[in-house]
Design a binder for this molecule. Structure first.
Ligand code: FPP
Length: 250
């Protein structure tokens, strides 16, 4: 897998107006810590800039007609970070939850949260639910924010639900299919991601959308998330359009 470098403008002849866009994009918002370190700033400053980038890129995706965007904001493993850093990310998340209730109204964005929300405070959970409730009837892009999300955790959660239904006789073992598993994921009813973008040059899935990414195209980019611009998204989209997706066929 080659890293996708920022091309000189003159080298790229295609524009996003010329291509078929993916329906669903996933973004691993990586590189905030390195961005801060390069500037002699605390890691938390990287997250603050990363949160700003998130707002801009989410709006841009909605503007160009992306139907689903999933961003990885905090994983089930990120609790291992220093408490100060975890607190700073939670504060950014809370500020965003308060702002998002009205922020995305004009863009008709539907805001959803994926992950295990049981660990959050009552206030955070209420804000999450309020965001989902207020935006659920909008007709624009679906924005999934993955918080306390882990792909393995999601699969375990789905399997437990299904096992419960088998135990109570609601389901037969033979009813267990790919589709049933998909329907028990947090992304139930949504198409799988077509494209997953990972800025910061790391070649890892990091437990992101493990079930849903079976046939996703990965685009690893040489830019740190706080520096990520709409032009970088365009480059990933053009790269995606050049891929030959076969889904296991020929
Ligand atoms: C990964 O970079 C980033 C995170 C674990 C946190 C991402 C959080 C935000 C962008 C802000 C909060 C989000 C919302 C929705 C308001 P890293 O810290 O692992 O960077 P590094 O690999 O360079 O250390």
């Amino acid at each position: 897998m080659a890293i996708f470098k920022r091309a000189k403008k003159s080298e790229e002849t295609l524009s996003i107006k010329d291509i078929v866009l993916p329906q669903h994009i996933g973004i691993i918002m990586d590189g905030n810590g390195r961005w801060a370190k390069k500037r002699g700033l605390p890691r938390t400053a990287g997250h603050t800039h990363g949160a700003q980038t998130f707002r801009k890129i989410a709006r841009y995706c909605s503007d160009i007609g992306i139907k689903y965007l999933t961003v990885y904001a905090f994983s089930t493993e990120n609790w291992k970070r220093p408490q100060k850093e975890v607190d700073a990310i939670m504060k950014l998340f809370k500020d965003y939850l308060i702002e998002a209730i009205t922020d995305f109204k004009d863009d008709s964005i539907v805001v959803k949260f994926i992950g295990d929300r049981s660990v959050f405070s009552d206030q955070m959970r209420e804000l999450i639910e309020k965001n989902e409730e207020e935006s659920k009837d909008r007709d624009g892009m679906v924005l999934n924010i993955a918080m306390n999300y882990g792909g393995r955790d999601e699969i375990v959660h789905a399997v437990k639900n299904i096992a419960d239904d088998v135990k109570t006789g609601k389901l037969d073992v033979n009813d267990i299919t790919d589709k049933l598993l998909s329907d028990n994921m947090y992304t139930c009813g949504q198409p799988d991601p077509d494209l997953i973008i990972r800025p910061s040059g790391e070649y890892r899935t990091s437990n992101f959308l493990l079930w849903q990414s079976a046939y996703a195209e990965y685009c690893i980019m040489d830019v740190l998330w706080p520096d990520f611009k709409s032009e970088d998204l365009d480059r990933a989209l053009i790269e995606f359009a050049k891929r030959n997706r076969r889904f296991g066929g020929v």
